[in-house]
Ligand binder design. Structure first.
Ligand code: SF4
Ligand code: ZN
Length: 117
């Protein structure tokens, strides 16, 4: 996995951890959040944009299944504003990534053939 995606994975896991601690009173990941974390990791590994991606929140492909997308949106809404306090480097890098432009359509179309689990 490209270092950019490794960092994204760290960011999403940190967000899920913050959410899980507050909502499920877990010190790590509860079963439900563990499933979400693993799912996010698989989606990142198969992302058609790879290291050229913007943030998933700004993505035009939306490769998440509806149920998982709803879950990750809840996590991001809660943990996003708290990231600056808990993980300032990851939070700042995420803000920079949001400014990135996605790669051309064909990049996504090429890999859209990858199956959604
Ligand atoms: S396709 Fe979009 S939603 Fe899926 S991992 Fe890539 S950037 Fe995120
Ligand atoms: Zn949890």
């Amino acid at each position: 996995m490209h270092p950019r995606l490794v960092r994204e994975l760290k960011t999403v896991k940190a967000m899920i951890r913050i959410y899980c601690k507050a909502h499920h009173h877990s010190s790590g990941f509860c079963e439900q959040c563990s499933e979400l974390s693993e799912y996010a990791e698989r989606r990142l590994a198969n992302c058609p944009f790879q290291e050229h991606k913007s943030t998933c929140g700004k993505c035009t492909v939306h490769c998440y299944k509806t149920k998982m997308r709803e879950k990750i949106i809840k996590v991001m809404r809660y943990s996003g504003p708290r990231m600056l306090f808990h993980h300032p480097f990851l939070a700042t890098a995420h803000l920079v990534d949001e400014k990135r432009n996605l790669q051309p359509e064909e990049s996504a179309q090429t890999t859209e053939k990858r199956k959604r689990p």
